[in-house]
Each structure stands twice: as C-alpha cells, then as structure tokens.
Design a protein around this ligand. Structure first.
Ligand code: ADP
Ligand code: ASP
Ligand code: MG
Length: 419
C-alpha cells in the first residue's frame, strides 16, 4: 500500500471549517488506498501571536521557554484534525514531536532534526490509522521541546517522508504550486510544472518562502519526491499517487535531469529581511576585514553580501555588508564596541534595502545573464549597491522602494511572464 505524507500550512488550517476541507483531502487519499501521515502547521497567525506573547512576557529572553510557547500552535491543529477525521469515520490520532519522537539538536528556535524513530508511527499507519504529526517541533537530547525555525513544518513533512520512506510528500498551501516569482508580487508569474532541487534551494534561501530552505535540502539529500499543490483545489480532484510526475496540477521538485523544459532562468526571488551596514573610512590595509568579520562571527552574526570600495588615496576605504535585519542591532553594537581597534570614521545601518535574485541552472552554460540584469535595472534607474553570484544565481542589493519594479522588470526580461 503506497505511503503518503500530506502537509498543510497555516492558511489551509486557519479555521475549523478549513480543517474540515483538509479532512476531505485526507479522506480522498485514504479511500484511494494510501497509508497517510499528515503534518500540520499552526492556524494562520497563531505562531505570530505566540511569538508576540513571549516578547511581552519578559525582557529576559529564554530560548527554551520560547520554544515551549511557540510550539503549541501545531499541537492544537493536530488534535483538531484528528477530531474532525474521527467524526467523519476515519481512524486517526495526533502525534506531538516528542511522541514520534522527532529528535533534534538543542539549538532552540532553529533546531535541526537529527533522527526520527518512525517505528511506532509506521505501525500505527499499518494498522489503518491516519497519523497527524504536529509540524515545526521536536525534542532535544535532554528532553526539551524545540522548534525548527519559522516555516519549519515543511521540514517536518520532508523528514517524516524520508523516515517512513514515503512514495510522495505533498505540500498543500495557499497557492497551487511554485511560480516563477511570488505570485502575490508578480501577477503574471507562471506556475512551473517541475523545478530542480538545486533551483528550489536557491529560490528558498533567497526569499521564496513557499518552502523552508532546510526542507528542500533534506528532500535533495534523501531523494524525497516533493510536490507543492493547493489545499483550496476541490478535494474531489484526482488522488496524489496518480501523479507525482509533474503532469498534474502543482509543481514537482525533482532532479535536474527530470526537468525537461530548457530555460536559462527559472525564477526571480526577493528578500526584504536583510540590513546594510557601512563602515566609512576604514584603513585600507591587511587585517581590517578579518578584524571586522571575525568579531561578527564571534557574535554568531552571519554576513551575506560584502562590498569594499576602491580607496582614492590608498589609505582609507568604505566597507559595506549585509546581515539579517534581526541581527542589525547586535552587529552595530559589536562594531561600536570595537571602534578603537578597527578604526573607522562613521558607522551606518539601514534596513531600507532589498535583495533581488535571478535563479536558473541554465546560467551554467549561458554567459551574459549578469550583464543583461544590470542593464535592465539601469534602464529603470535602479542603482545596484552590492552584487553576489554563484553558478546558478545572481543577487543584487537595491533600495527597498524599487523591489517590486526590479522583480517585475527581470521577470519580463527573462521571458517568464504568462501570456
Ligand atoms: P504555508 O502557510 O502553507 O506554509 P507560506 O505562506 O509559508 O504557506 O508559503 C506560501 C506563500 O509563499 C505563497 O502564498 C506565496 O505568496 C509565497 N511565495 C513566495 N515565492 C513564491 C513562489 N516562487 N511560488 C509560489 N509561492 C511563493
Ligand atoms: N507555524 C510555524 C510558523 O508559522 C511553522 C510553519 O508554519 O511551518 O513559522
Ligand atoms: Mg510555510
């Protein structure tokens, strides 16, 4: 009997009525002869509310108690879905992360899954019960509840699929697949039938939140067949295992060789969660960059893009780089403390920036994509403040006010617009 993982995100379980709709999807798959493990997120907005409460509760931030609080939304949804399924005559039970157990490391707030002992879950599925696993949460080696970072239920779903060796992992969300750009920003974005793991990994890490980055990484490593589809499609539509080959609705994330469509660029992503730091007039001599970035690394602050200007006089230069905006305050404090040792004239921080990225495996064999990108942005009067590239992507940093214009311009430039 085929094994299926179905994951439903926050908007798909936002109300008890929507949970009934989810139950209808599950019922369809059960009746089609699948054994089903279902992973659920918290009801839409619920996790944000929980995060806000932990902030209101006290100035003393305690990552362990944060996890105890914010993991609770998924517990509610899992119990509610099990209840609804039972009321329509389908055997079901809910599983908390620790009950499975989903073992993680102890990095509270951003834990990584170390192992899933799926034996009990599997025997429950074999017994004909639908297993509803609370997403986003696990248990640390010393027995505390952990969470996997925002959007982490996607990773729970893929990890469960890998652990039970599921035939397919269906991620149900509020859009009907992976698009060439966020369809909420680009109305002419096109749904892709298939996308390679590598491209999706770049898209996710560069801001496309349709899948959590780690879930794509894990799917790639374990060869999990991953599909993104809409929970708002009528539940009576065809059952999952009839498809999974990119031919039906939704998008299949798969190996590059399985993606047939030849294209240079597959998608455009944007991120507005970065901040820019500039050190004005630092000495242009060996050891300065090491001093700056060494201190930031010691403070556990990740740096993304870096630009160092050419100095006019060979003595002083400006150093600009980006960090996550949630790290900006900390980064400025670290650099202010070290002003004496680093030596600079002025320290500036700004959050009014956006990172726009062009992604496609076709770039490996096509020259000139970067030049075309820069020219198209220049034509719209958009100034580029920093650039970074890899084999299959180009990212540019621009003023946040131009994010939408830049994304749409590049989307059109690379022929991604729907007819
Ligand atoms: P869920 O709650 O189901 O996990 P998310 O809000 O995390 O849903 O992810 C779905 C959202 O991702 C969509 O509503 C869409 O706005 C956004 N998104 C960003 N980039 C893309 C893209 N390239 N394709 C599809 N959706 C995208
Ligand atoms: N509820 C969690 C969040 O909002 C996890 C998830 O939805 O995937 O981040
Ligand atoms: Mg999500």
């Amino acid at each position: 009997m085929p094994l299926l993982v179905m994951k439903f995100g926050g908007t798909s379980v936002a109300t008890v009525d929507k949970i009934r709709n989810v139950a209808a999807h599950v019922k369809r798959e059960v009746e089609a002869g699948n054994r089903c493990a279902v992973v659920v997120s918290a009801m839409a907005g619920h996790t944000n509310q929980l995060v806000q409460w932990t902030q209101e509760a006290g100035s003393e931030f305690d990552a362990r108690e944060y996890d105890a609080v914010v993991s609770s939304g998924e517990q509610i949804t899992a119990g509610l879905l099990a209840t609804v399924l039972k009321s329509i005559g389908i055997k079901a039970r809910s599983w908390q992360g620790w009950q499975v157990p989903i073992q993680t490391d102890d990095v509270h707030g951003a834990a990584r899954i170390a192992n899933i002992d799926a034996e009990n879950l599997l025997s429950s599925l074999d017994g004909g019960e639908v297993g509803i696993v609370a997403g986003f949460q696990g248990i640390s080696p010393d027995g505390h509840i952990t969470t996997l970072g925002r959007g982490g239920s996607d990773t729970t779903a893929v990890a469960v699929a890998a652990a039970i060796k599921a035939d397919l992992c269906d991620i149900y969300t509020d859009v009907d697949g992976i698009y060439t750009a966020d369809p909420r920003m680009v109305p002419r974005a096109r749904r892709l039938d298939k996308i390679s793991y590598e491209e999706m990994l770049e898209m996710a890490s560069l801001g496309a939140k349709v899948l959590q980055t780690r879930s794509v990484q894990m799917a790639m490593v374990h060869g999990v067949k991953l599909q993104v589809r809409s929970s708002f499609d009528p539940p009576e539509a065809a059952a999952s295992l009839n498809r999974g080959d990119g031919s039906g609705p939704g998008t299949l994330v798969c190996d590059e060789e399985e993606t047939v469509e030849q294209r240079v660029v597959s998608g455009i992503a944007y991120a507005k969660d970065e901040a820019k730091v500039t050190l004005v007039n630092v000495a242009d001599k060996p050891g300065v960059a090491a001093g700056v970035f060494g201190r930031l690394a010691d403070a556990n602050i990740n740096v993304d893009m870096i630009v160092q200007n050419v100095s006019d006089d060979g003595r002083f230069t400006d150093l600009t780089f980006t960090v996550l905006d949630s790290d900006l305050k900390k980064a400025l404090a670290v650099l202010k403390d070290a002003k004496g040792e680093i030596g600079y004239k002025e320290l500036k921080g700004s959050t009014d920036i956006a990172k726009i990225s062009v992604i496609g495996v076709g770039m490996r064999s096509h020259a000139g994509v970067a030049a075309q990108t820069f020219a198209a942005l220049a034509e719209k009067g958009i100034n580029i403040e920093a650039i970074s590239t890899s084999e299959i992507k180009i990212s540019v940093l621009i003023d946040a006010a131009y994010a939408e214009l830049a994304v749409r311009t590049l989307h059109t430039l690379y022929g991604l617009d729907a007819n």
